[in-house]
Design a protein around this ligand. Sequence first.
Ligand SMILES: [Zn+2]
Length: 137
Amino acid sequence: MRIIKLKSKRLRRIRLELRMMLLFAWRQENIRIRKEMNTIIEHGDPYYRRYLRESGFSEEDLEYGDLSHGERLQKIARLYKEQMKLDDLLFHSVCACRWCGDFEADLIYNPIMKAWYCESCYLKRQEKHPNLFPALQ
Ligand SMILES: [Zn+2]
């Protein structure tokens, strides 16, 4: 195990911008999933539907208005899995330290944990769990 440190300020900036772009894309996708989940829940809520009727809106305009309770749950479960997969991709990506979330640091890949850590977090974990965090060379 070893750490590769970028000394060039220019390369560090480019790496930071690439990481920020990936984090932004992850965040946008996360927001989309959460919004869809909220819409499914909201549009299936009888109190919300009643509120719409009493406010003069039509229930027919509800995006998920015609889904049964079971169908709504299935859609939410599918979105939840999608979100978990997305989180998993981020947690194992080289965008940020798996432990502290630092996205500017030089990172060390741990093949046992299949994740990237900043030097500080890696060394702290190594002290406590030397069998899971091989020594740096
Ligand atoms: Zn860290």
